[in-house]
Write a protein that binds this ligand. Structure first.
Ligand code: PMP
Length: 362
């Protein structure tokens, strides 16, 4: 421990859930339901699957280290230059690159209470100081965040929508917040769940890249595109920021299967549409069950919903696991009575609802 930098020794790691295979082995079952990681229950679309098939014959080759074609396709999709794109091994990788480039000991970084758990890890991994703003109704309170910004602040993180709360910020307030920040402060708008949101005043912050030279928008293929296992995400920003991010990016950080699948997936609007539609029906299915059970939940625009069990969630979670239903407790987000449920297939949602009712009644 003493060999590590002091800020590394004090780091609380991200704790992933128990592997499904391990849980099934312990329970002696093979039909568990996993609604724990905000994945797309449909998985990849047919175009991404076909694109990967063609790469399988070439697995002995390195991928394109610069992601030339992927960056070209992403740039075209967003109407920006390929120089504005930084590709990552999942968007988590990009978040980490941002911390490495812009933060160091002595600098500060601001995010909200209940915000995505990777921000504090990225900040602490480079020895910067985290400043956490109080949330409002579980969502980001931009005024409270602005009050924490000072001369040492180098990065502000915003998840829109946020995980695990599913809360979101409207275009006008987010845009004026970004405009109010000092130009010495990078603002990251993490749009991992953007495809699921149908609210009319929900912003697409990628449209503001040319307005704000300190803005970085991150996106992922893990959610609506169904490619979580492949690990591919990206950032869009002013090319000067992308140049800095690409200096610390490992060449080959996005593997060949992931590049090919992402290139095919970005324009597969039909798969995204089907995924979003399934999600809408599943959200309805879950929230009507919560209403029937008299449980409060945080209204969510993502592919998950976080419900207040009205009692400590940890034992409820344990009892669900015994029934082969895997969801995500969010005690580590300061929400000890809540469980986050990812929207699955109709049958998976039904399995969860039945098990949840059973657990709450016992
Ligand atoms: N941002 C948010 C808000 C997320 O919830 C997630 C996934 N849990 C990510 C980023 C990272 O996703 P990935 O690394 O799979 O792209």
């Amino acid at each position: 421990l003493s060999l590590a930098a002091p800020w590394i020794a004090g780091l609380t790691p991200y704790v992933p859930g128990k592997p499904v295979s391990e849980l099934e082995r312990e329970l002696g079952i093979s039909d568990s339901v996993k609604l724990a990681s905000n994945e797309n229950p449909l998985g990849p679309g047919s175009r991404a699957r076909a694109a990967m098939d063609t790469v399988l014959a070439e697995l002995g080759r390195y991928p394109d280290g610069g992601g030339f074609e992927l960056r070209r396709v992403l740039a075209e999709y967003h109407g920006l230059s390929p120089m504005a794109v930084t590709i990552g091994n999942g968007s988590n990788d990009v978040l980490d690159l941002i911390a490495h480039v812009f933060l160091q000991p002595g600098t500060e970084s601001v995010f909200s209470e209940h915000a995505f758990a990777v921000y504090p890890i990225a900040i602490q991994s480079v020895g910067a100081t985290a400043r956490v703003a109080k949330a409002r109704d579980y969502g980001h309170d931009l005024d409270a965040m602005a009050r924490l910004v000072n001369e040492q602040t180098r990065v502000v993180w915003i998840a829109n929508p946020n995980n695990p709360t599913g809360t979101w910020l409207a275009a006008e307030s987010l845009k004026s917040f970004i405009g109010s920040l000092p130009k010495t402060c990078i603002v990251v708008v993490d749009e991992a769940y953007t495809e699921y949101v149908a609210e009319p005043d929900f912003p697409d912050a990628t449209h503001w890249i040319e307005t704000f030279p300190n803005l970085i928008v991150t996106r992922t293929f893990s959610k609506a595109h169904g490619l979580a296992s492949l690990r591919v995400g990206y950032a869009l920003s002013d090319p000067r920021l992308a140049d800095l991010l690409n200096r610390v990016r490992q060449p080959f950080n996005v593997n060949a299967l992931a590049q090919a699948a992402a290139i095919a997936a970005i324009n597969d609007r039909e798969h995204v549409r089907a995924s979003v539609e399934l999600n809408r029906a599943g959200m309805q299915q879950l929230t009507s069950a919560f209403k029937r059970l008299g449980l409060d939940y945080i209204p969510s625009v993502g592919n998950f919903v976080t419900v207040d069990c009205g009692r400590p969630a940890a034992p409820v979670n344990e009892a669900l696991l015994k029934r082969g239903v895997i969801v995500r407790p969010v005690g580590n987000y300061g929400m000890p009575n809540h469980l986050r449920i990812s929207i699955g297939l109709e049958s998976e949602n039904a399995r969860f609802i039945a098990a949840f009712e059973d657990v709450l009644a016992s």
